[in-house]
Design a protein around this ligand. Structure first.
Ligand SMILES: NC(=O)C1=CN([C@@H]2O[C@H](COP(=O)(O)OP(=O)(O)OC[C@H]3O[C@@H](n4cnc5c(N)ncnc54)[C@H](OP(=O)(O)O)[C@@H]3O)[C@@H](O)[C@H]2O)C=CC1
Ligand SMILES: CC(C)(CO)C(=O)C(=O)O
Length: 334
């Protein structure tokens, strides 16, 4: 299969390098030093056991028009970066091209093909004016939940910290056939590349269990510079995280989401990850934009839509948004 990886960073690099080594035809859409490094030396993947894989055959181009139509587009950008690639993205689309959204947080497509009371509604917090939804047909989209932790440690080099699972789901799985031929083929390709790629009957509920942790641990870590372990072991922040998760669970259940684990179990899972900095803290420390709207702003938006009080989430959002604003002004070229 022909794969284009749009976002040749930690997650995109992990996926693209292993797919390339498994014999798939992979092209990274990259830029700047990352583009030069991949063109010069392919993509290197450092595994948890210290071993290394080297995807020498992987191509990298800056222009999506140069890459041309693909079988699958893996969208592995940060949530706030999606809108900037829209003008060129359609060059990758053929009539049957799939787009797999491999991004943390509530996605722009959340209410597309959902069959619920909010069918087709766009989320202003992550897709202002519905621009993304207008450029990417819902029929192309496969939802995914990203579980591995990885880091782009230098251009063209990704270090895998832990994990190898990417859940997949048709957006209308709950309305019809969750195991379509196209999602089965995608799952098989990812499994041939060494990943776990289960096909979910309810990708939105699985997405929420991941988001349940991200919406609290990521902003709290950015505000405190603490790791997941620190946050879970310090009583007041453990209680704050639990309060935020309870608010989120109330509003999500109004939307038909089912949580298969308890708040305490989810917190225990985060604590088990250990002394790991969340991606939001890593972005803050590197002076990069934060995925605050996708992880927290979008949840507040759903709270308003469902008329659910979210005081703890709102308070943490306010302070983190100010932090992001302050950081942006400090990073502006003088
Ligand atoms: N890393 C992790 O451990 C985890 C990440 N996730 C999620 O996965 C998603 C991807 O995260 P991650 O891989 O860490 O992010 P990275 O920042 O490592 O990768 C994003 C890549 O996209 C590139 N990019 C951004 N805009 C463009 C553009 N217009 N044209 C070409 N390239 C572009 C960036 O290049 P440049 O550097 O030049 O900006 C960067 O290489 C996020 O939603 C994240 O929250 C989920 C679980 C864990
Ligand atoms: C790595 C992990 C799971 C920690 O919350 C994550 O999703 C993130 O950092 O964004």
């Amino acid at each position: 299969m022909k794969f284009a990886v749009v976002g040749a960073g930690a997650i995109g690099g992990l996926l693209g390098s292993r797919l390339s080594l498994a014999g798939e035809e992979v092209v990274f859409i990259a830029r700047n030093q990352n583009l030069a490094a991949i063109q010069r030396n392919g993509f290197r993947l450092l595994l948890e056991d210290g071993s290394e894989l080297h995807a020498r055959q992987a191509r990298a181009v800056q222009s999506m028009a140069e890459a041309g139509p693909q079988d699958v587009v893996l969208l592995t950008l940060k949530a706030h970066q999606v809108s900037e690639v829209l003008p060129d993205l359609r060059a990758l689309f053929g009539p049957q091209t799939l787009l797999v959204s491999m991004i943390n947080g509530l996605p722009w497509w959340y209410f597309q093909k959902s069959g619920g009371a909010y069918e087709g509604r766009s989320l202003e917090s992550v897709d202002p004016g519905g621009l993304i939804a207008s450029q990417i047909e819902a029929e192309r989209i496969i939802g995914s939940v990203v579980y591995p932790a990885a880091e782009l440690i230098e251009p063209g080099v990704v270090r895998l910290i832990e994990g190898n699972r990417f859940s997949l789901g048709e957006l209308d799985a709950s309305l019809g056939n969750p195991r379509t031929p196209r999602i089965e083929a995608l799952s098989q390709a990812l499994m041939r590349a060494g990943f776990k790629a289960p096909v979910s009957k309810d990708i939105r509920s699985e997405l929420w269990v991941k988001l349940w942790g991200n919406l609290c641990f990521n902003p709290i870590s950015a505000l405190s510079h603490a790791t997941l372990e620190d946050i879970c072991r310090f009583g007041p922040t453990r209680e704050l995280a639990a309060a935020m998760m309870a608010e989120a669970q109330t509003l999500a259940e109004k939307l038909g989401v089912t949580f298969k684990v308890s708040i305490e179990q989810r917190i225990a899972g985060a604590e088990a990850v250990g002394a790991h900095k969340t991606s939001m803290l890593q972005d803050l420390e590197r002076g990069r934009a934060l995925e605050l709207e996708a992880l927290v702003g979008s949840v507040l938006e759903l709270g308003r839509i469902t008329n659910t009080p979210t005081p703890h989430i709102g308070a943490i959002y306010a302070v983190t948004a100010l932090l992001a604003q302050t950081q942006a002004s400090l990073n502006k070229p003088r």
